[in-house]
Design a protein around this ligand. Sequence first.
Ligand SMILES: O=P(O)(O)OC[C@H]1O[C@H](OP(=O)(O)OP(=O)(O)O)[C@H](O)[C@@H]1O
Ligand SMILES: O=c1cc[nH]c(=O)[nH]1
Ligand SMILES: [Mg+2]
Length: 219
Amino acid sequence: MKTINLSEQNTILNRFVSELRDVDVQRDSMRFRRNIERIGEIMAYEISKTLDYSSLETQTPLGTSTTNVPVDSLVIATILRAGLVYHHGFLNCFDKAENAFVSAYRKYRENHQSFHIHIEYIASPRIDGKVLILTDPMLATGGSMDLSYQALTTKGEPKHIHIATIIASRQAIEYCERNFPQDKTTIWAAAIDPELNESAYIVPGLGDAGDLAYGEKEG
Ligand SMILES: O=P(O)(O)OC[C@H]1O[C@H](OP(=O)(O)OP(=O)(O)O)[C@H](O)[C@@H]1O
Ligand SMILES: O=c1cc[nH]c(=O)[nH]1
Ligand SMILES: [Mg+2]
């Protein structure tokens, strides 16, 4: 299992992550969504370097050109809601990919301190032998990612799993390293933060990604 923390490199990605975290910039929800989307585009580009390639001959108006192109079948899977716009970033890059959607959400108890993760909906193609990219901008405890993956295994056995997130807690990285298949999982994070608070929010994190992208929800 390999974990790649993209914030260890000096790239423009770090600017987009810092804008996502910034309480002032967060007031502009269109910019918040667009930053998530463009981080998805950049991360998809990084993941594309790990795929299998074969050469493709193309007829141009003046001759033929040979280019190495990716040949893997991809499934981009997303956890509602916050994952939606992140998913689109991946799809902008991998425009031929198939797509899967899982609804996993935190159902808080009265005290707002403890919660269950509910999965009520899954829409997915078969994933046998395909490269599965699980996208969710926040990886706090790792529970939503784990349960979503378990739900998707009813659709087959992927060739490789990429867990793609923007902000992960250190705890969730360790949880995923323990609970996902060792031999075929890669974790990609744009940043890894040190802790969770008592409500299992990432600290410093950015707050509630779903609410910042789409507005507050009832319950
Ligand atoms: O790692 P975990 O502890 O499971 O937490 C992470 C989950 O929390 C967020 O979704 P949330 O449940 O807030 O739903 P939303 O996207 O609808 O706001 C986020 O998008 C992840 O799915
Ligand atoms: O920090 C967190 C944890 C879960 N969901 C979020 O949107 N943010
Ligand atoms: Mg969610």
